[in-house]
Write a protein that binds this ligand. Structure first.
Ligand code: BGC
Length: 513
C-alpha cells in the first residue's frame, strides 16, 4: 500500500492523505486534553452566578450587597462595582500574560508538560478560591486560574491539531470549543443548585471547578507527547514511535518525513515572533487578531458572565435568572454540535455571515425592547422578559456555530508552520485581552449606556460583517500547507503582502539555497 495517496474531497480539492487509522488512543488523548476547555468554560460560567449570590456579596463586596438590597433604585446600575468586575476579569489578565510564557514552554519543553502545568495552576487556583476568607485570596486564586487558562488554551488546541489524523482535524479542534460550552453549561447548573445552600453555596460552586481540573491533571499523564513536539526537540526515534502508536500502523513514513521537514524549516527560523512581523505574515496575523477582537465584540461574554445578573436586572427573581442561564447554556452546547457537522460542508464564511445577520437582529431588538420598556426603576412585564430570554438564546445559538469555534479554528489553520505557534499565542492573548476589556467594562457600560449597550455591540457586528465579506478568504477544504498559494496569493487584497515572500524565495534561489 502506498504511504501517500492523493485523494479529493467534496469540493474536488486534491490533497495528500496519510495512511493511518483513527485509533482509540488518539480519540482518548483528544478527549482527555480537551478537558482543558471544560475548566476554561467552567470558569467563564461560574463567576456570573457566584457574583449574584447574596452570601458571596455580603462577605466580599458588602457595598455592592447594600446597593443590591435597594434594587429598585436603578435597574441598570445596581451591581456596578470595580472590585466585583476585577474579580471576574483578573483571570483574563493573568491568562493574557501567561500565554506568552506558555508559548515558550510549549515549544521548548513540549505540549504535554504545558498541559500538566495548566492543571497544576487550575488546582491551586480552585483551592485558594474555595477556601477564601478574604478578597485577596479570592483574587490570587483567580490569577492562578488565569495562568491555567493561559497555558491550557495555548497548548490544548495545538495538541489537538498535532495529534489529529488529517481527515478529522477540524472536528477534533472544535472538541475544545465543545468542552468550553459544556463547562459553561455545567457551571450554570451548579450555580442553580448551590444558590440555596446558605451560607457556603458559593464555595461549592467555586470548588467544583476542581473536578475537571483533576481530570485534566490525571489525563495529562495518560496523553502522549505529540510526535511534532518530540521531533521538533530532536527526539526523532521517540517521535516516530509515538506517531506509529497514535496512527495504529508502522506505515507512517510520509507523515513522519513531512513533520521532520516542517520542523527543520521551523528550526531555521530563530525568532518566530520577529518572523511574524514580516509583511508576508500580515494577512494571517491581522485575521487571527481580528477574529478574536470581533469574537469578543459580538458581546457574547457580556451575556455569558453576566447572564444571571442581566436577567435579575431585567426583573427576574434570583432562581429564575439562573434557570434562564441554564437555558442559554443548553442552546450553546447544542449549537456547537451544529458547527461540528456544518463547518466543512458549508464553509467558514457562510457560517460567519449567517451568524452576523442573526446576531445583529437579536442585539438590536433586545436593545429596542429594553429601551422602550425598561426604565431605571420599573419591572419588565413578563411577556417582554420572556421575549428577551428568547432573543438571548437566538443570539447565543448563532454565536455558537460561528464566531465561537471559528475564533479558535481559523487562527490555527491559516499560519504557515514556522509562525504557527507564535501566531497562535498572539490569537490567545488577544482573546484574553478583549475578554478582559469586556469583563471589566460591561457593568459600567451598562450603567452609563443603559439599553444602548446592545446597539453598541450591534454596530460592531456591522463592522465584522464587512470584514468577513471583504477580507476573510474561505479556507474550507484547503490543506494547511497550501494556504499561501491557494488562498493568500489569490486574494484580491492580501496577495500584495505575498510579494515579500516571493522576493525572499527568488533571493534564496539565486543564493543557491
Ligand atoms: C470564547 C469565550 C466565550 C465562549 C462561549 C469561546 O470561544 O472564547 O470567550 O465565553 O466561547 O461559548
Amino acid at each position: 500500500m502506498p504511504a501517500i495517496v492523493v485523494s479529493s474531497n467534496d469540493s474536488g480539492v486534491k490533497h495528500k492523505d496519510f495512511d493511518g487509522k483513527i485509533t482509540i488512543y488518539v480519540v482518548l488523548c483528544g478527549i482527555l486534553a480537551a478537558t482543558g476547555g471544560l475548566v476554561f468554560g467552567f470558569d467563564i460560567g461560574i463567576s456570573g452566578g457566584v457574583t449574584a449570590m447574596d452570601d458571596f456579596l455580603e462577605k466580599f463586596f458588602p457595598k455592592v450587597y447594600r446597593k443590591k438590597l435597594q434594587a429598585k433604585e436603578d435597574n441598570y446600575c445596581k451591581f456596578d462595582n470595580q472590585w466585583l468586575q476585577l474579580f471576574t476579569s483578573s483571570l483574563y489578565l493573568a491568562a493574557l500574560f501567561s500565554s506568552f510564557a506558555a508559548s515558550k514552554v510549549c515549544s521548548k519543553y513540549g505540549r504535554k508538560i504545558t498541559i500538566q502545568l495548566a492543571s497544576l495552576f487550575f488546582i491551586v487556583g480552585v483551592v485558594l478560591e474555595a477556601a477564601a476568607i478574604e478578597i485577596v485570596m479570592l483574587i490570587v486564586g483567580r490569577i492562578f486560574l488565569g495562568m491555567g487558562v493561559g497555558f491550557g488554551n495555548q497548548a490544548v488546541p495545538l495538541f489537538l491539531s498535532e495529534i489529529a489524523p488529517v481527515k478529522i482535524r477540524g472536528a477534533l479542534n472544535i472538541l475544545f470549543q465543545l468542552n468550553v460550552t459544556i463547562g459553561i453549561f455545567i457551571a450554570n447548573i451548579v450555580n442553580y443548585l448551590t444558590a440555596n445552600l446558605h451560607p457556603w453555596g458559593w464555595r461549592l460552586s467555586l470548588g467544583l471547578a476542581g473536578v475537571p481540573a483533576v481530570i485534566l491533571g490525571i489525563g495529562s499523564f495518560i496523553i502522549t507527547e505529540t510526535p511534532t513536539s518530540l521531533i521538533e526537540r530532536g527526539q526523532l526515534l521517540r517521535g516516530r514511535a509515538m506517531l506509529e502508536r497514535i496512527r495504529g500502523t508502522a506505515n507512517v513514513n510520509a507523515e513522519y518525513e513531512e513533520i521532520v521537514h516542517a520542523s527543520e524549516m521551523a528550526r531555521r527560523v530563530k525568532h518566530p515572533f520577529k518572523n511574524l512581523m514580516k509583511r508576508s505574515s500580515r494577512p494571517q496575523l491581522v485575521i487571527a487578531v481580528a477574529m478574536q477582537v470581533f469574537q469578543q465584540f459580538t458581546g457574547i461574554n457580556a451575556i455569558m458572565f453576566y447572564a444571571p445578573v442581566l436577567f435579575q436586572t431585567i426583573g427576574f427573581k434570583s432562581q429564575a435568572s439562573l434557570l434562564s442561564a441554564v437555558i442559554t447554556g443548553t442552546v450553546n452546547v447544542v449549537s456547537t454540535l451544529v458547527s461540528v457537522a456544518a463547518v466543512d460542508r458549508l464553509g467558514r464564511r457562510v457560517l460567519l455571515l449567517e451568524a452576523c445577520a442573526q446576531m445583529f437582529f437579536s442585539q438590536t431588538i433586545i436593545g429596542a425592547l429594553l429601551f422602550a420598556y425598561l426604565k431605571t426603576n420599573n419591572e419588565l412585564n413578563q411577556g417582554v422578559a420572556i421575549a428577551v430570554v428568547v432573543l438571548v438564546c437566538f443570539f447565543v445559538m448563532s454565536f455558537a456555530w460561528s464566531w465561537g469555534p471559528l475564533g479558535w479554528l481559523i487562527p490555527s489553520e491559516t499560519f504557515p508552520l514556522e509562525t504557527r505557534s507564535a501566531g497562535f499565542s498572539c490569537a490567545v492573548s488577544s482573546n484574553m485581552l478583549f475578554t478582559f476589556v469586556i469583563a471589566q467594562a460591561f457593568l459600567s457600560m451598562m450603567c452609563h449606556m443603559k439599553a444602548g449597550i446592545f446597539f453598541f455591540f450591534a454596530a460592531w457586528i456591522v463592522v465584522m460583517t464587512l470584514f468577513v465579506i471583504f477580507l476573510l478568504p474561505e479556507t474550507k477544504g484547503v490543506p494547511i500547507d497550501e494556504m499561501t498559494d491557494r488562498v493568500w496569493r489569490q486574494h484580491w487584497y492580501w496577495r500584495r503582502y505575498m510579494e515579500d515572500e516571493d522576493d525572499d524565495k527568488i533571493k534564496k534561489a539565486e543564493d543557491g539555497l
